[in-house]
Design a protein around this ligand. Structure first.
Ligand SMILES: O=C(O)CCC(=O)C(=O)O
Ligand SMILES: [Fe+2]
Length: 263
């Protein structure tokens, strides 16, 4: 979805911008800013993200999140005009073991709707591809998969459904089980920088541990309105110079009102 020249623009813009270590949510709260250099964070953290003001100021990304084709697809899927409720931009670094959060199969229960992912580095099998379990956003199919993985107890299944991250407190090794139990449903996305795909946020997904090189990923989330994930953050909406970046229309304002201050 982005040309090589546009991707180069993004990397150039990010050079020297502070990176913040995160535990896997890929966003940093305003009150917790502990900046460190890229080389430092790369040497010990699983992830590092950019602050929301730096990210929304980057060339091409806000524009990409506002692509008419994507807004149309989100509107069809959600059955209403979509709201962009978060943008994220983060590195995943090679480490010895996967992070306990997003490098295990999980759902995003604090989120709603769709998420657009765009790779900003080339991603192959060994550089941390994203994987999605097809069908798992559907509650029935999801519960059937859990049962096939050995969760027969309805109470446990319900907890899995609502736990912030599947696996928190439940030692179910989904990274091992799912490839054995539903191998045909696991879709792994590899491709050159610019490759993009869209998930339902309630489906099981993971970003695999990169082994050979860091991965830079951008995401934008679309829902019918505010979500818990949005309310958790302290940055929005931001006052920015949006003229020329998104259309000056009521639709564009509605799609961006949670992230951009139009007042
Ligand atoms: O890093 C990835 O590919 C997945 C990240 C993730 O779990 C998320 O954005 O919710
Ligand atoms: Fe996730």
């Amino acid at each position: 979805m982005l040309s090589a020249a546009q991707i180069a623009d993004v990397h150039k813009y990010l050079q020297g911008k502070p990176c913040y270590p995160t535990t896997g949510y890929h966003r940093v709260k305003r009150e917790n800013l502990q900046s460190t250099s890229f080389e430092d964070v790369k040497s010990w953290s699983h992830y590092a993200c950019y602050s929301f003001p730096d990210l929304i100021g980057a060339p091409h990304l806000l524009e990409l999140a506002n692509s008419p084709d994507i807004l149309r697809l989100a509107a069809e899927y959600l059955g209403c005009s979509p709201t962009i409720y978060t943008l994220r931009l983060w590195w995943s670094f090679p480490r010895d073991t996967p992070s306990k959060i997003t490098q295990r199969f999980h759902r995003d229960p604090q989120d709603e709707g769709l998420v657009l992912y765009v790779y900003l580095t080339d991603v192959e099998e060994r550089s941390g591809p994203h994987a999605f379990v097809e069908g798992s956003h559907d509650s029935e199919i999801f519960l059937r998969m859990l049962r096939a993985c050995g969760v027969f107890d309805d109470d446990n299944a319900r907890k899995f459904h609502t736990a912030t991250h599947l696996g928190d407190g439940y030692a179910l090794p989904l990274n091992d089980l799912l490839p054995r139990v539903v191998p045909e449903a696991i879709r792994t996305f590899t491709g050159p920088a610019g490759t993009s795909f869209i998930d339902d946020v309630h489906g099981l997904h993971t970003g695999r541990l990169p082994v050979d090189r860091p991965r830079l990923m951008f995401s934008a989330r679309y829902s019918a309105g505010r979500t818990t994930a949005y309310d958790n953050n302290g940055w929005w909406p931001q006052r920015i110079d949006w003229a020329g970046r998104i259309p000056d229309t009521a639709e564009a304002r509605a799609a961006n009102e949670l992230i951009i201050d139009f007042s």
